[in-house]
Write a protein that binds this ligand. Structure first.
Ligand code: GUN
Ligand code: ZN
Length: 399
């Protein structure tokens, strides 16, 4: 019997022109086709959007965060409510991140945030201390101290009950030196072993009794030998899948180099997730390197600020707050079949944004969710038919 009953990853087709592959990732809550995009439902909600709306815009899979949910409402509450799926009304595949990213994002400040295209946060004092044992935080709610260890992260993720769970790691920031990166990476490896041991202790089952499957994480910053060491670490351990994390460099070209360093050495038959990447150009690059799934807060976060993703447009997005849309009768994107585009004009959305109406955030979110799902469908179709270059030309603006 498989170490991960209820889970499978089948590679259905390999692209002759790149490392890209078409696959099927099966979980106890259904199967998804890959490449695919995982939407962020950080606090057990994709902000402003119901599970039925996610489904209506053809969403396959979402994620939530250990760090946020351990603080509010607490893993025990979620477990008592029957687990995250039941609690939030999402019955499809789901992943929880381990808290490893928050150790970095909220602890080390904002430099690498900007590198990854994220808006900066001002919670720089959240992380109090990282030791071999774990990470000490200040809660974003009451300010009380919290301690997250690999064992605790896995225990919380067992209580949350997502299908796919992630080892605890330190997402190494961009601005630290090679020495820090190497020491941090090796500590993440030891945390990975402790995460696996805790997972085994729990029998690989959620608090609900459903099987879960764990991702190991490749760290190593921008250093080829460290990325190789880390990829080989994950390959040699009984993880179900691989995630590529940490600093991916200072710009897009370096991101491709860094991901390639990891991809040369990861387990070839396991699904690979690229953590925190979700730009359209980056997704094409990642897919060609063999990445199977992506996640990023960006599509839903920018939506709440009035930015709509549109294929083939310079910068990938339109700012619907721009005055030029004030009397524009067209939908956001005439080629889009989302609820917002079927029903409303740019002028109406512009008005809602200016009036700070809640509905604006919801409608632009629905559009961006639909657009990311359409992108991933087009990518898969491109792989199936050997037309990925043509698909990329339709989606990516180039001078
Ligand atoms: N999200 C974005 N980057 C990372 C990372 O390096 N580790 C984890 N756990 N989550 C992430
Ligand atoms: Zn739309």
């Amino acid at each position: 019997m498989s170490r991960y009953p209820g889970f499978a990853f089948d590679i259905l087709h390999r692209d002759p022109a790149s490392q890209a592959r078409l696959g099927r990732l099966t979980t106890p809550h259904g199967a998804i086709e890959t490449p695919n995009f995982i939407f962020c439902g950080t606090k057990a909600t994709v902000k402003g959007v119901t599970p039925d709306q996610l489904r209506a815009e053809q969403t396959d899979i979402i994620l939530s965060n250990t760090y946020h949910l351990m603080i509010q409402p607490g893993a025990e509450v979620v477990a008592a409510m029957g687990g995250l799926h039941k609690f939030m009304g999402w019955d499809g595949p789901m992943l929880t991140d381990s808290g490893g990213y928050q150790i970095f994002a909220m602890g080390h400040g904002s430099v690498a945030d900007e590198v990854k295209g994220r808006r900066t946060t001002t919670r720089e004092k959240t992380l109090l201390k990282i030791t071999e044992e774990g990470a000490k935080f200040r809660s974003y709610m009451g300010g009380e101290h919290l301690f997250l260890t690999p064992e605790k992260s896995i225990d919380i993720q067992r209580k949350l009950g997502a299908d796919l769970i992630v080892q605890l790691d330190e997402c190494t920031p961009f601005h630290v030196d090679r020495n820090y990166t190497a020491r941090s990476m090796r500590m993440s490896h030891r945390w990975g072993d402790r995460s696996l041991a805790e997972f085994e202790r729990g029998g690989g089952l959620s608090a609900n009794g459903l099987p879960q499957a764990m991702y190991g994480i490749v760290q190593g910053g921008v250093y080829p030998d460290l990325r190789k060491e880390s990829a080989e670490y994950t390959k040699d351990r009984p993880f179900f899948a691989t995630a590529v994390g940490g600093s991916l460099g200072a710009h897009k070209e370096q991101m491709v180099e860094v991901v390639a360093m990891a991809m040369a050495h990861v387990h070839a038959e396991r699904p690979v997730h690229l953590l925190g990447i979700g730009g359209i150009v980056d997704i094409f690059a990642g897919v060609r390197l063999g990445i199977d799934t992506f996640d990023c807060v960006s599509p839903t976060r920018i939506a709440r600020h009035g930015w709509a993703l549109v294929p083939g447009v310079k910068g990938e997005r339109l700012n619907l707050r721009n005055g030029r849309f004030k009397s524009d009768p067209e939908p956001i994107d005439a080629s889009c079949g989302c609820y917002a585009c079927r029903k409303f004009s740019r002028a109406y959305l512009h008005h809602l944004l200016k009036a700070e109406e809640l509905l604006a955030m919801q409608l632009v979110s629905l559009h961006n969710i639909h657009t990311m799902n359409r992108l991933m469908r087009d990518v898969r179709e491109g792989l199936r038919t050997g037309t990925l270059d043509a698909v990329e030309q339709r989606w990516v603006w180039r001078e």
